[in-house]
Design a protein around this ligand. Structure first.
Ligand SMILES: Nc1nc2c(ncn2[C@@H]2O[C@H](COP(=O)(O)OP(=O)(O)OP(=O)(O)O)[C@@H](O)[C@H]2O)c(=O)[nH]1
Ligand SMILES: [Mg+2]
Length: 282
């Protein structure tokens, strides 16, 4: 399908910052003032990327990617190492469907099969945290709501389980297991966790500590399969701050290269393209 291009799958639930990351990256690729990632050759259609890039440059929020979109980044770049890349911009709906409806959209399946590496996007303001069984029992008994223990002797029936109500970590574990099952074999697969909108999580110690605190099950699952999975964590702020509230301040900071930033797992500053570079070269 993509010749000898190396496919990187950007996986994430809806609204987790995938398209914004591609748009910001495209701006840097086109920016002669940025030498962290440069274009060698573009194979695909530039107009879609141009559009994403302009939205980021104007500090305007990107629309949700259409369900059937087949657009993405298909190009050869040099980020201190030349790579021929295919990075489809998939709608988060495709991953949501896989997890919640147990349905493999053919596009997601094709990308997962081709992928040499996966970048999983999580948005810090869109987490659904697990609650402990005790807390759930208390909630069900009304004691948390009233501050006293419930006087009712009969507990209400537990709500029926449905995957759309599962916490973020459980969803990702489930989705990743399915994806990694079909991903091309032959050596370990790189799975990078990208905490997007890092500007909202800033003040937290480091990206890897953030994952350990907020999505520990996901971090453990990835770290404990060293034989088949190579993993790390990044914090990425492709917009540089929240929109639309910060639009003016962001524009005042200058170009995308002056606003977008990324951190490695230890919190050291790295190029915005580093998650991709790592996905390809390790
Ligand atoms: N604060 C902040 N918000 C961001 C950043 N990047 C993206 N967002 C917000 O995250 C939301 C989703 O961004 P998109 O890039 O469209 O997300 P997506 O993963 O492509 O979404 P789908 O196409 O629906 O799957 C938007 O509300 C953005 O404003 C960032 O760096 N900082
Ligand atoms: Mg999108």
């Amino acid at each position: 399908l993509n010749g000898d291009a190396q496919t990187v799958a950007l996986l994430g639930l809806p609204r987790t910052g995938k398209s914004t990351y591609l748009g910001a990256l495209w701006q840097l690729i086109q920016d002669p003032g940025d030498d962290t990632v440069t274009e060698v050759d573009v194979a695909g259609d530039r107009s879609y990327l141009q559009f994403l890039g302009e939205q980021v440059a104007k500090a305007e929020e990107i629309e949700r990617t259409e369900f059937e979109s087949e657009e993405g980044l298909r190009l050869t770049v040099d980020f201190r190492g030349i790579a021929h890349l295919s990075i489809p911009d998939m709608s988060g709906e495709l991953l949501r469907q896989l997890i919640e409806d147990r349905y493999w959209h053919e596009h997601l399946l094709a990308v997962a099969r081709d992928a040499r590496a996966v970048l999983v996007f999580v948005h810090p303001a869109r987490l659904r945290l697990p609650i402990s069984i005790n807390a759930a029992k208390q909630l069900a008994g009304g004691s948390l709501a009233t501050g006293k223990s419930s006087t009712s002797t009969k507990a209400p029936p537990p709500p029926e389980f449905s995957p759309d109500g599962a916490c973020t970590a459980a969803k990702h574990l489930d989705g990743l297991e399915n994806v990694l099952e079909v991903t091309r074999g032959g050596g370990p697969v790189r799975v990078g966790l990208v905490v997007s909108a890092w500007d909202l999580a800033d003040g937290e110690p480091t990206p890897s500590e953030w994952i350990a605190e907020h999505l520990p099950a996901l971090g453990h699952m990835l770290a404990h399969h060293e034989d088949v999975i190579e993993t790390t964590v990044f914090g990425v702020s492709a917009q540089g701050g929240p929109l639309p509230s910060e639009q003016e301040a962001l524009l005042a900071r200058g170009d995308v290269r002056d606003r977008a930033y990324a951190l490695d797992s230890d919190g050291s500053s790295v190029a915005l393209a580093e998650p991709l570079r790592w996905a390809i070269f390790g």
